[in-house]
Design a protein around this ligand. Structure first.
Ligand code: HEM
Ligand code: HEM
Length: 183
């Protein structure tokens, strides 16, 4: 991971992919929670599944691109105004965000792939992403649990991430303004 004192901002590719993946993931969280909460007998319950699944696969591609850009760098050194505990906390929040970003699409894909009635994911009528596992109700249940639990971890960590950015923007000095590094 390349760090550099010369750069004050994240590179354009990483900034773009951060915001596009952030919007996609927030949309997936909202749609996912909404559709899972709907009554199993509700007429529109399964209207949302295909769009959630195909956008989820798209998110997996975006997140892979993001990890590639992150490794390529250059990455700005941390904002100079952050206190040691703020640095440590943001590092852990970012690690957990990356963990959730990998776990969510992977568990979703494997949940679908192991599901008895799934025959691949139709990507907006363009092509089909095939199932890659054998069928197993046990594993569908396990991946469902992982998907559901990780989604709540993500909501919690994301709230901390957003509150941190707002705190540094509104209440701390200019040296702590991390938002300008990502826009
Ligand atoms: C970043 C990517 C994703 C996010 C943030 C996300 C988020 C969510 C959330 C919050 C739920 C509701 C969980 C619950 O039951 O409490 C959900 C459900 C679901 N997700 Fe995802 N998801 C993602 C990717 C995927 C992918 C790639 C697939 C499949 C290809 C998928 C398939 C499903 C299915 C089938 C359900 C419904 C489970 C049920 O019936 O309860 N998701 N998702
Ligand atoms: C699902 C949504 C989001 C995810 C998964 C996410 C994830 C991340 C991750 C992993 C980083 C660390 C970048 C790195 O060094 O590799 C980061 C940085 C950043 N994010 Fe987000 N983010 C999301 C939404 C947001 C939102 C809504 C905001 C605005 C309030 C935001 C503002 C920022 C800023 C300003 C940075 C740069 C922090 C720094 O300079 O240290 N993010 N984000």
């Amino acid at each position: 991971m390349a760090d550099s004192n010369q750069v004050k901002k994240y590179p354009l590719g990483l900034r773009l992919v951060h915001w596009v993946s952030a919007l996609t993931i927030i949309f997936l969280l909202v749609v996912g929670i909404y559709m899972a909460e709907l009554d199993p007998d509700a007429a529109n319950k399964y209207d949302f599944y295909p769009i959630h699944q195909s956008l989820g696969i798209l998110a997996m591609v975006l997140i892979t691109a993001r990890i590639f850009f992150r490794k390529k760098g250059p990455i700005p050194t941390p904002a100079t105004g952050l206190k040691p505990w703020e640095l440590m906390l943001s590092k852990w929040v970012h690690r957990l965000l990356y963990l959730c970003m990998v776990m969510m699409p992977l568990s979703g894909y494997l949940m679908t792939s192991t599901y008895a009635y799934s025959d691949g994911i139709d990507m907006f009528g363009l092509f089909t992403v095939p199932d890659i596992t054998s069928k197993s109700a046990l594993w569908t249940g396990i991946f469902h649990q992982v998907h559901s639990l990780t989604s709540w971890l993500l909501v919690f960590v994301l709230a901390a991430h957003i509150l941190g950015v707002i705190k540094h923007k509104l209440f701390d000095g200019k040296d702590s303004d991390v938002l300008s590094r990502m826009i």
